[in-house]
Design a protein around this ligand. Structure first.
Ligand code: CP3
Length: 344
């Protein structure tokens, strides 16, 4: 039983006394306590694959920042790794795949792994986290959206344009559809495993949605998001498609509970796009947290009033940046928790 289930009630559209708050990328480098555990682990991948340590850094923001949810410490790239495409994390540069998948031959060599075997460390970390949280707040599970995972598997590393990934949609659509279907199969297995291990809600990150046009997003990305939403029925699902304002209404038409919005979307516009039956999550520009405390408070209150007291989960419009001052993060969290809505 959860002592604080504000996040789940807001996601399901039930009444809340106040708006719940958490931050994307809260488990990470903003906290010196995280950096100490990462040091102890030796590397990012070591930390991700050691359940005791992953659970520890998952719980840190609940203790230190007072957020209303924990998000399991892992990475979206564990899915391609489980399919047979290992990644490396270059210090200060981000993830890289030494091999890529760009042809039918390479696609044929990928596996549909038994996720309980290949990704058991995530299930273990979830079980340990649930024990450590002891019902204080819900635990969020997550995965990358098939399009975003496709981007990394074809491109091999981060990119501003993902032009290798995009090129294949037009030059070899059969390959693109086939690879995205394979990614979707494993992603569904993986999310189901997380729910079985104790995840109370799952979020799908489509970080590179914004490099596609609306029609191409509808053709390639949305059908896979629909399959995921239809497969996960036990817990609320959040879809966060970054920079994809053109798809907000389409995403809201999926059987998801919550639609994540980045800071480019005006709250009233986003509400009009999704209608009354979905919860919105977001959307303060993470850069606001570099301003003085008074500015952070004012911007946070403005955001809360724009979304209104119900069907909103307060968050940033993308992950918190690593060098953000922790006291400003706490200021954001505290401002949400203290906010009095008129007519709440
Ligand atoms: O949100 C959380 O606190 C949970 C942990 C989490 C991480 N990655 C840990 C991480 C989550 C939810 C992710 C998701 C993720 N990973 C996304 C989608 C969200 C988004 O930001 O759009 C993406 C695109 C990735 C891939 C990835 N992993 C990149 C591009 C990078 C390098 C850039 C960066 O932000 O550091 C990573 C590394 C990574 N994943 C770190 C952390 C804490 C930093 C590694 C370190 O500790 O040195």
């Amino acid at each position: 039983m959860l002592q604080n289930d504000l996040l789940l009630r807001a996601a399901r559209g039930e009444r809340v006394e106040r708006t719940p708050v958490w931050l994307m990328r809260q488990a990470g480098r903003i906290l010196k306590e995280y950096r100490a555990v990462r040091e102890q682990a030796g590397s990012f991948i070591q930390l991700v694959t050691t359940p005791e340590l992953a659970a520890e850094v998952t719980i840190q923001p609940v203790d230190i920042l007072g957020v209303d949810a924990a998000i399991i410490f892992s990475d979206i790239l564990v899915v391609p790794e489980a399919m047979g495409l290992p990644y490396v994390m270059d210090e200060g540069k981000g993830p890289r795949f030494p091999e890529t998948v760009r042809s039918a031959d390479q696609l044929a060599r990928l596996q549909r792994p038994d996720v309980h075997d290949a990704l058991h460390y995530v299930a273990d970390a979830i079980r340990l986290t649930k024990q450590g949280l002891a019902g204080r707040v819900p635990l969020i599970g997550f995965a990358g959206a098939p399009w975003t995972i496709f981007c990394y598997m074809t491109e091999g590393k981060g990119s501003k344009t993902f032009s290798v990934a995009r090129r294949s949609l037009y030059a070899d659509p059969d390959f693109a559809h086939a690879l995205m279907d394979r990614i979707t199969d494993t992603t569904i297995d993986y999310l189901r495993m997380q729910v079985a291990a104790g995840a109370d809600l799952v979020q799908v990150f489509d970080s590179w949605a914004g490099v596609l046009d609306a029609a191409t997003y509808r053709t390639f990305a949305l059908p896979r998001l629909r399959r995921i939403c239809e497969a996960i029925t036990e817990v609320p699902v959040t879809i966060f498609a970054k920079d994809a304002w053109f798809a907000t209404a389409d995403i809201a038409a999926l059987p998801c509970a919550t639609v994540g919005v980045d800071w480019a979307q005006d709250p009233a516009w986003a509400r009009q796009q999704v209608g009354p039956h979905r919860t919105l999550q977001g959307n303060l520009d993470p850069c606001v947290l570099y301003a003085d405390a008074g500015t952070v408070q004012a911007a946070t209150r403005r955001m809360l009033d724009a979304f209104g007291p119900q069907r909103h989960i307060a968050n940033l419009g993308h992950g918190v940046y690593p060098d953000t001052p922790v006291d400003r993060v706490r200021c954001f969290v505290d401002t949400v928790k203290a906010h009095q809505h008129r007519n709440a």
